[in-house]
Ligand binder design. Sequence first.
Ligand code: ATP
Ligand code: MG
Length: 598
Amino acid sequence: MVSLLRLMRYLRGHRVAVGTSMLLMLLATAATLVQPQVVEWAVDFGIGQGDVQTVAIATLVLVGAAVASGALHFASGLVLTRAGQGMAYNVRNALFGTILSLSFSNLDRWRTGELIVRCTSDVTTVRMFVRMGFLMMMQSLAMLGGSLALMFRTNAELARIMLAIFGGTLALFLVLATVIRPLIMRVRERLDALNNTLQENLAGAKVVRAFARQRYERGRFEERNRAFLHLSLRVGYIISMAFPFLFFLGQMALVAVTWVGGLAIIEPAAERFAAGLTLGQLVAFNEYAMLAMWPILALGMTLQFLTRAAASAVRIEELLAEQPDIVEPDEPRPVAGRPPTVEFRDVSFAHGRGEPAVSGVNLRIEAGETVGIIGPTGSGKSTLAALIPRYYDPDSGTVLVAGVDTREAAISELRRTAIVALQESLLLTGTIGENVGYAAGGAGDGAHGEATAPGAAFPHPRLRRAAELASAGDFISEKENGWDEHVGERGVGLSGGQRQRVAIARAIAADPDILVLDDVTSALDAQTEREIVSNLYRELADKTVIVISQRVNTVRLADRIVVMEDGGISGVGTHESLLETNAIYREIAETQSSELRV
Ligand SMILES: Nc1ncnc2c1ncn2[C@@H]1O[C@H](COP(=O)(O)OP(=O)(O)OP(=O)(O)O)[C@@H](O)[C@H]1O
Ligand SMILES: [Mg+2]
C-alpha cells in the first residue's frame, strides 16, 4: 500500500487533473445524494397533501439531478483517464531508465521475463487502479459518508443502526483486503514464472525444435500455466465469496429501515425508537440505504483493483529501487587522450557467489602493444576482458586503464576508450550500416536512408574502413542491398561468421584506444581470422589491441601471448618462449598442429 502511494509521485504534471476529477466526482455524488431529499419532500408535502404541483416540481428536479450526476461522472472519468495514462507513461519511462542503468551483474540477476512483466502488465494494473479503482473507492467513500450524514440529519436513531451495519461491512472489507494481498502477490510471481518460460522459449525457439523438445517444453509451460490458473482461481473464489456477504449486509440495512421505521410511523405516540419519523423520511431512508449499497458493492470491486495495484506497485518499486552495481565516481579522472595502457594489480573476481572466475591476476599491457590471450574454455578470459571497461568491478585488486583506476573514471568515457567486442556478437535489428555505425558517433549518422542525399558519402568512410579491416567489405557489397541490407532480430539473415565480422567492424568503427576482441573470430576459418588480426595489428599500430582466441596461429601474431588457466595467468611470453616454458601452451599448440596434419 505504501508502495502504491509512493508511485503516485509519477502523477506529477497531472495533479490538477486528479483534483479536477475528484471535484467533479464529489459534485456528481452530491447530485445523487440530493435525490432522496427531494423524494422526502415530494412524499410529505406533495403526495401526502395531494398537491400535484409539488410532485411535478419534485419530478423535474429529480430528472435534472439525474442528468447532472451522469454528466459529472462522465467528465470526471474522462479527466482521470488522461491522468492515469500519463502516469503509466511516466512509470514506464522511469522503469526503462532504471533498466538502462543496470550493470552486467545486475542483469545477471534479473530474468528478462520479470523485467517485461514489470514494465507492461504491472504498470497496466496500477494505471487501471488510478483510472477505475481509485475513483470508485473515493466515490464509494463519499457516497457512503454523504448518505450517513444525511441519514443522521433526517433521524439520528435510525441512522445509528445504519452506521453499525455499514461499519461492519467496511471492517469485513478491510479483513478481506489483508487476507487477499499475499495471494495476489504470489499470483504475480507465478505470472513472472510463466513469462520467463515463454520468453526463454521464444529466444531459444530454434533450439527447442532442433532437439525436438516440444513435448517437454509444452509440459513445462502447462505446469506453470496450471500453477498460475490455480492461484488465480483461488483469489477469484475468495473475492466472489465476499460479494454475497457484502450484499447480505446491505440487505440487512433495508430490512432494518422497513421494520424499525415502519413501527415508528404506525405507532407515532409510543415512546419508541426513531420517534417522529414521517413517511417521507422513511422513503428517503430507504433510498439512502439503497444508495449506500452501491458503494459497498463497489468497495468489494475496488478490493480487487486495490490489492492487485498494491502488489504490482511493490514490484515496480522493487525494480525502480534496484541500484546499479557499477556507479559513477564523484570526481571522475580523465582517461581519454592518455597513453592507453591496461594494468591488472592483484585482481580477483567471482560472478555472483560462485567460484572466482579470475584470481590474483597481475598483468601490465603497454600503450600500443598487441596481446593475444589463449587458454582452455572457462579459464576466465572473457571475465578478464570484461573487467577492463568496468563491465564488472573486481572483488579485490585494481584495474587501471591509461593509468587510472577504472572505478575513478567516468563510465561513458572509459567505455569509449576501451571496447570489448563481446563473445556473443549480438547484433541489433536494423541495417548492416546501422549496426556497424551503432557506436561510431557522428559516423553512424547517414549510414542508411538519408545517406543518399547528394554529397553525402555512403557509407561514412570510417564505417567503410572498419568493415575493410574486419574483412566484411566484400560480403556486405555482395548483399542485395549492400549496407542497407536488413539484419533481423539478433542478427538473423547473416551467417555466424558474417555476424562476427559485422560485430568486429562495429567495435573498430567506434574508434577506441583499447580494442579487445573476445573470441569473435571463432566462427571464421583460420585464414580469415589471421587476415583480420594482422590487419588490426598493422593498421591500429597506435592502439592497444587484445585478441582472445583459441588458435595458436592467431595469438602468435601478437607482441606477447598471455596463457590463462583456472582464472589465473599461467604464462606470458612469445610463441617460442611459451613453447619451452608453458605446458598448457605446448599442449594446445601440439593438438592444433596435429589437427593440421590429420
Ligand atoms: N555471467 C556469469 N555468471 C556466472 N558465472 C559466470 C558468468 N560468466 C562466466 N562465468 C563463470 O566464470 C568462469 C570463467 O568464465 P569465462 O567466460 O571468463 O571463461 P572463458 O575463458 O572466456 O571461456 P571460453 O573460452 O569458453 O569463452 C566460468 O567458470 C564461468 O562458468
Ligand atoms: Mg569467453
